[in-house]
Design a protein. Structure first.
Ligand SMILES: Cc1cc2nc3c(=O)[nH]c(=O)nc-3n(C[C@H](O)[C@H](O)[C@H](O)COP(=O)(O)O)c2cc1C
Length: 184
């Protein structure tokens, strides 16, 4: 791959949530996507990445676990009901978490590393011609999510990635050119 190809891929990537729920993503493709995340830098080789792949019924089970926390937190009933089924909107949901560190700094650096790993995954997803959306985990439900996914207690939820085949083209994004302070 030359720089032009990589640059085009990076800029073509766009979030999308119009996903065909019924069309599976082959397991080896999911594995290759997830494996791309380990190539992100991680300080002191802490290997902080934690990933669970939700498919089939587990998406609804995860939604139930989240919804019961939301309900106990007194959240709006409509939002709670939505949470029960929302993870079924894609055939695959990647739950991505980061291991806590031995200090606040290490915990933060682990999170940066996992976030960088998610971008690697999103680029692989784009390269496979698939669609994804990085969504924020529901606040206050981390331990239930950790438990459901088999992650150690204290793991930090970084993102839930909806993944599948898009049902329509995502329009090109208009992204601002970054301001660079060139210093000599
Ligand atoms: C930490 C993080 C959390 C996000 N959470 C959500 C979310 O909860 N819901 C959502 O629709 N998009 C979420 N996004 C995706 C952004 O909304 C999306 O990347 C942004 O709109 C820019 O669009 P693009 O990815 O197509 O460039 C999140 C992105 C990041 C980095």
């Amino acid at each position: 791959m030359n720089p032009d190809d990589l640059e085009a891929l990076i800029h073509r990537r766009a979030s999308g949530m119009t996903i065909d729920r019924a069309r599976e993503v082959p397991r080896d493709v999911v594995e290759r996507i997830v494996n791309a995340a380990v190539a992100a830098p991680n300080h002191r080789k802490t290997r902080p990445l934690r990933v669970a792949v939700l498919q089939g019924e587990s998406r609804l089970g995860f939604g139930e676990a989240v919804a019961s926390v939301m309900s106990a937190q007194g959240e709006d009933e409509n939002r709670v009901e939505k949470a029960r089924t929302k993870y079924g909107r894609a055939p695959v949901v990647l739950v991505v978490a980061s291991a806590p560190g031995e200090s606040d700094l290490e915990t933060a650096e682990n999170e940066y590393s996992v976030a960088a790993g998610i971008q690697n995954m999103l680029l692989m997803i784009e390269a496979f011609g698939l669609t994804a959306l990085w969504s924020s985990p529901v606040k206050g439900a981390e331990e239930e999510m950790n438990g459901f996914c088999g992650f150690p207690t204290g793991s930090r939820m970084i993102g839930l990635i909806y993944l599948g085949h898009g049902t329509r083209e995502t329009p090109p994004r208009d992204r601002p050119v970054p301001e660079i302070n060139w210093l000599n």
